[in-house]
Design a binder for this molecule. Sequence first.
Ligand SMILES: [Zn+2]
Length: 117
Amino acid sequence: MHELSIVEALIEQVDQQVEQSGQTGRVVTLELVIGQLSGVSCDSIRFAFELLSRGTSLEGAQVHITEPKATCRCHACHAQVEIDQLVVQCPECESRQISIEGGRDLLLQSIELEDAV
Ligand SMILES: [Zn+2]
């Protein structure tokens, strides 16, 4: 499963950032951005996270996922249309002179740590 390796890398990344920040609290919330065209399933991400976070400082953390839509920009009619799946032609004029923007992001937006008291 593709998502397992993504989450593995993610957990490593979070661990490093927490360590660099010098804080020791447990991670309570993670915010992720997963574009709708990234080909990654949010359910699988959550599942993989639960599996892989056990025994780490991320165990039990809430995972919030934002799924930004992609935009199809047409060079023929200059339409900008939000799309939720990949298209090969402009939804407005059916021209194939299009570019797809956004929607493929896969990134760690923010980490929230428990207050270490
Ligand atoms: Zn068009």
